[in-house]
Ligand binder design. Structure first.
Ligand code: NAD
Length: 261
């Protein structure tokens, strides 16, 4: 019998860049990486918020630094990614997480719809490919290079008046598969998580009562998820041992997509 290969589950010393790290799933992801021994670059267009998250992580005894990064700014993506790689001596993991929601009906005023479309595509989709392109030269120097793109269950099913968001998130799943195929020969894995309904600032406007009704009717687990529950899956996709998983689109949704009735 051949002996089994030992695959590492350690992220100790891994160098990670998280976008949209000031809040919600980005904040939770930064924290989980850091608690596993990674060095985390917490980036966000809200630079103060990113700074607070990095401080919270350092106060807990782990390693993090913050950068202001608006992912709709192409030049800033290049500059900040280079700064992070320089500060950390390289980069192993990119988490494309930053996002905004923007409900606008297709029959809205043309300018309103065009504005939502432009913002959604720019922040949710275009930024992800730009971050990958900026990170690639550094990821190529890593022993376990990993990319995780955050999409949404809106990429798999859809809600009315959310077409710009749904189109952008479906784009993220296509981008993920295409890059997985293109970068696979270099050992760079590219995977995608589709969160379902998660309690973060993005869903804070929805009344608790409506959240509870929705979750009971639609999810198998009958509740909203916590950002940490998504963060742990994101981090799992980045373990050195997660070396044969690429191009996957994984719902972390309490069974929303699995449930028919
Ligand atoms: P959140 O509002 O708590 O956090 C989003 C973060 O992204 C914020 O810190 C915000 O400042 C940052 N951000 C927004 N625009 C940015 C930009 N242009 N540049 C840099 N940072 C920017 O929301 P969240 O729920 O944690 O969202 C994280 C990701 O998960 C998003 O991509 C979102 O679309 C996706 N998602 C959320 C849910 C949900 O139910 N909360 C479900 C599916 C997918």
């Amino acid at each position: 019998m051949s002996s089994l290969t030992e695959l590492s589950r350690s992220l100790n010393g891994a160098r990670v860049l998280v976008t949209g790290g000031a809040s919600g799933m980005g904040r939770a992801t930064a924290r989980v990486f850091a608690s596993e021994g990674a060095r985390v670059a917490v980036t966000d267009r809200d630079g103060d918020g990113a700074g607070q998250v990095a401080m919270e992580i350092r106060d807990a005894g782990f390693q993090a630094q913050s950068w202001t990064l608006d992912v709709s700014d192409a030049a800033a993506i290049e500059a900040v990614t280079a700064e992070v790689a320089e500060a950390f001596g390289g980069l192993d993991i990119l988490i494309n997480n930053a996002g905004v929601s923007g409900f606008t009906a297709i029959s809205s005023l043309a300018d309103d719809y065009e504005a939502t479309w432009h913002t959604s595509l720019s922040i949710l989709l275009t930024a992800q490919q730009r971050l990958v392109r900026a990170a690639l030269p550094h990821l190529r120097g890593s022993h376990h290079p990993r990319i995780v793109n955050i999409a949404s269950t809106e990429a798999l099913g859809a809600t009315a008046e959310n077409s710009a968001y749904a189109a952008a998130k479906a784009g993220v799943t296509g981008l993920t598969r295409a890059l997985a195929v293109e970068l696979g020969k270099e050992g760079i894995t590219v995977n995608c998580i589709c969160p379902g309904p998660i309690d973060t600032d993005m869903t804070a406007r929805i009344a608790d009562e409506h959240k509870a009704i929705f979750a009971r009717r639609r999810t198998a687990l009958r509740r909203y998820g916590a950002p940490e529950e998504v963060a742990h899956m994101t981090v799992s996709l980045c373990l050195p041992a997660a070396s044969y998983l690429t191009g996957a689109v994984i719902p972390v949704d309490g069974g929303l997509m699995a449930r028919n009735a």
